[in-house]
Write a protein that binds this ligand. Sequence first.
Ligand code: BES
Ligand code: MN
Ligand code: ZN
Length: 482
Amino acid sequence: MKFEFCREDWVQKPCDVLVVALDDDWAQRSEFQSLDQASSGWFRRVMQSGEVSTKPNKVSMLIAPTGIPAGVLCIVGTGNASQSACNTYFRAAGSAMKALASRQRSTVRFVGFGNSPLEIRAAIAGALVGSQGQDLYKSEKSTFAPEIVEWTGSNDAQIRAGEIIGESVNLARLMVNQPPNRMYPETFTDQAIEVANDAGFSIEVWDKQRLIEERCQALLAVARGSIRDPRLLILRHRGAPPDSEPLALVGKGVTFDSGGYSLKPTDGMLTMKCDMAGAATVLAIFNAIAKLNVRRNVVGVLGLVENLVSGDAFKLGDVLTARSGKTIEIHNTDAEGRLVLADCLDVALEEKPAQIIDFATLTGACVVALGNDVAGLMSNQTQFQVDVQSFTEKCGEYTWPLPMHSFYSEQIAGKVADIKNVGEGRWGGAITAAKFLEEFVQTKPWVHLDIAGPAFLDSAKPWCDAGGTGFLVRSFAEWLLA
Ligand code: BES
Ligand code: MN
Ligand code: ZN
């Protein structure tokens, strides 16, 4: 799939499919007027018939449109214009592209998607997301990306940036969608090295031996139940002078979470290949910022393990010494993500970062609290938290704060060790998990994003196939670009 800027008059230039976004106020739009004129009133009659819905993400295919040199005129609704934003255009472009991707197409032209550069990049990313499905291992493919996608109302540089961001979102989705018999710490590492070489950032790999030398005993404890050795990856993007403090991005990379001896039931375990989505998010953000030549130093720390059961797996009641020196008693082996992150955060601190952001499919409790479309946002610094919330919202990806009062920490006080890896009972589980992580960031400004809900779709949306979503890749690529 190639993205190009359409320099000519979009209504006169031939194409296979002309995709036009229209809102509830369609009669006022210049796109409507151009189509109406070119078709000598045919398009007005179509719209007045009421058969074409402008409700958000409704796609209508009009075959052989009168007077318009396109095989298909595809109208996608954007609803109420006053609410239009990145989210609207991302979803509308994704919905149109996903509908068109059921067949092979040569030239598809998108018109009317977004006003600001941020909105246009979101729409381009949406089109890319709509063009990629989870049919990775089907003998007959069901998703076809068009050969050429033309974009109007923009320029070459803008389109290229949107394309890089969209491809990065799809990279995160592809990582998550690979099944756990193919995606494990070693294969994640192989793929990450390829991404790093292609995008041009550096990558350091810690194998099991190095992890032992580095005293990453919390991460290693989780990994012990699996015959697949763990890895820790350190990614480095150098876009500013060496003395400029980096931003650190940390990702949970549990390539499969069975729960360990605190075994998950089948239903809860089925989709646990998604438990490396945090690590995939960070890798994908690096792909974007390296290709966009972001003028910042950024370091990424990814903890890759598989949480399984074996004669050597970690047990309930075990006491671990984390890399930081803190001791942890294990009350539930299914609360494994925070153990992996404890050591990753400690490694991140050594990079002397200005700030730390971690991404993790950390708790089911967060999904209970906020549902599937909003990530939990927890922090030790109010201003940083407010900045992240408002920026992600502007990008059309929603995060929402949960409280971090100090009394929550009483719940993770240990009996024989410094802390334990779960709270008292299950109430406030997303927060007690965050309070556990807070023990490992010292006083650095830190934001924790619990993406357990939005990282993975159990069933398809009009704009995105089921499976990994690449949630927050777009927001943080934009955050670093801004
Ligand atoms: N990976 C899960 C969290 C999760 C749940 C991610 C649903 C995606 C969808 C995590 O490791 C976990 O099992 N958390 C436990 C914590 C509990 C034992 C304190 C949970 O949420 O039940
Ligand atoms: Mn778990
Ligand atoms: Zn997990």
